[in-house]
Design a protein around this ligand. Structure first.
Ligand code: NAP
Length: 297
């Protein structure tokens, strides 16, 4: 599907890390905004954004940043949302669209909605694209290409605003799915949050091994462990906030996972080779389907 043309007068990005800077690159590349205003926590990140040519203006004050904006994109870790929205809400102008990129969606709606002024439209979103790197220099415009972006509007959300945000992410190369926030959080718990938790656990276990064994883990690191270390190198604050804010869905999926792990453990203990090979054959099919869907190579 070709994206509808979309253009904004002043876009404010709150947070200019991996996702915010990748998005800013797209805004620049496709000339989607007359003015890009950037706010972050540190002057250093703002200076980097300026050096990369991503900002028309920068400020450490989020309230100042959003003034006169017709689009505000919150690109901070989830734990900053409450403070951010409290600070910017009185300065949002009628007609402005507020969207975000956070990895959990029910909590975002609960946190942001009560502060959104009349005439301002909230369109929660989650571009499912990322790397283990953080910060403004980690961003690149192709990050979003051929990935899914999930939007989770509520029944009262302005349909025109949803269309604008959908068109924006399509211009970035993304495919759009509209989903209920609770469902999003369940799907992501299994596809993203649990795998990260497992990676953090495995790498943590290896780190706690006796010193001599630890050195060998690094030296002989086979691709299995190496892949986990890449995932477990993801930003600790971002992932702390995801687990704190998607608690119920993650605990639910974790319960299912523990049961399946126990079943495999039993199969290994009792030498049930057929159970093991059946499980591993089923999982191989999943890999094939992901490649067929062009979500990996
Ligand atoms: P990141 O690289 O760590 O960048 C976070 C940015 O937020 C930094 O610019 C930081 O400023 C800024 N920030 C933090 N607290 C702030 C505050 N109180 N006010 C203003 N700015 C603040 O993070 P990211 O990977 O881009 O992730 C951002 C969001 O995208 C998260 O909500 C995450 O769930 C979501 N997401 C991430 C991925 C991924 O793979 N990384 C994928 C999809 C969605 P300083 O640089 O000055 O500290």
């Amino acid at each position: 599907m070709t994206a509808k043309p979309v253009h904004f007068k002043r876009v404010t990005l709150i947070g200019i890390g991996l996702i915010g800077s990748s998005f800013a690159h797209v805004l620049r590349r496709d000339q989607l905004a007359d003015h890009i205003a950037i706010n972050a926590r540190s002057q250093q990140s703002l200076d980097t954004a300026t050096k990369l040519g991503l900002a028309d203006s920068t400020t450490l004050d989020p309230a100042e940043a959003v003034k006169g904006s017709d689009l505000v994109v919150i690109c901070t870790p989830l734990g900053a949302y409450e403070t951010v929205i409290q600070t910017i809400a009185p300065h949002l102008e009628a007609g402005c669209i507020v969207t975000d990129v956070g990895s959990v969606k029910e909590m975002v709606i609960e946190t942001l909605s009560p502060h959104i002024p009349d005439g301002v439209h909230l369109v929660p979103g989650h571009p499912i694209a990322g790397t283990e790197h953080s910060g403004p220099e980690a961003g690149f415009p192709e990050l979003f290409q051929d990935r899914w972006c999930i939007l989770t509007p509520t029944p009262g959300t302005n349909a025109n605003a949803v269309e604008h945000i959908a068109a924006l992410w399509q211009t970035a190369g993304m495919k759009i799915e509209i989903m209920e926030a609770k469902h999003h959080d369940h799907v992501l718990a299994i596809t993203s949050h649990l795998p990260h938790l497992i990676a953090y656990t495995i790498v943590g276990t290896a780190t706690d091994l006796a010193d001599d064994l630890k050195q060998e883990v690094v030296k002989y690191s086979a691709s299995g462990f190496r892949d986990f270390t890449r995932i477990a190198a993801s930003d600790p604050i971002m992932w702390r906030d995801i687990f704190l804010n998607n608690r119920e869905a993650v605990l639910d999926i974790l319960g299912r996972f523990s049961e399946d792990l126990t079943a495999l453990r039993r199969a290994i203990r009792h030498g049930e080779g057929e159970t093991l090979s059946e499980t591993f054959t089923r999982t191989r099919d999943v890999r094939r389907k992901i490649i067929d869907a062009k979500q990996d190579k």
